[in-house]
Design a protein around this ligand. Structure first.
Ligand code: FAD
Length: 124
């Protein structure tokens, strides 16, 4: 690793100076302006936004949380509170639609099975 404020990574160059602002023309990005006023011409940027829990429901209900600030669930997506399920981003650190849909399906199957078993018990 170099002590310079910029160095090569693969085919790209890492700049560690602070960004002052982005430059636009006609609603289109034209460059990144650093705090030393140097402008790096660019037409697009990739951002990795931080994610956090928007709803405090799980906290209020007393659900246990795992690592990455996600609600802890078992294989069937049931939280630490029996009968309370959590699916999608609220209980997964992956932030992927496919993962959210799959977890919803697993919870639905588990809930259906539980309700069916409860009905069978009542019918006996
Ligand atoms: C910028 C960005 C780009 C992404 N790109 C991709 C991608 O290319 N491919 C991919 O697979 N995934 C992508 N994702 C991730 C994907 O959007 C999520 O994984 C997915 O939407 C999770 O679904 P969800 O139902 O768990 O949550 P959400 O889609 O976030 O739905 C939760 C809903 O609950 C509502 N809500 C929150 N609190 C309350 C409350 N108290 N009362 C009532 N409603 C409430 C919210 O308004 C929201 O509508 C991206 C995410 C972001 C932010």
């Amino acid at each position: 690793m170099s002590n310079d404020s910029s160095y090569q990574i693969g085919g790209g160059q890492l700049r560690e100076e602070k960004i002052a602002r982005l430059e636009y023309q006609d609603d289109k990005l034209t460059g990144i302006v650093f705090t030393n006023n140097e402008v790096l011409p660019r037409h697009g940027i990739l951002l990795r936004p931080a994610s956090y829990q928007h709803s405090h429901l799980a906290t209020k209900l007393g659900c246990k949380f795992g690592s990455n600030d996600v609600v802890q669930v078992d294989k069937s997506k049931q939280t630490s509170i029996p009968g309370f399920y959590a699916v999608g981003d609220v209980s997964s650190p992956y932030s992927q639609i496919a993962v959210a849909v799959a977890s919803g399906t697993l919870a639905a199957v588990a809930i259906n099975r539980t309700l069916t078993e409860e009905n069978l018990v009542q019918l006996r």
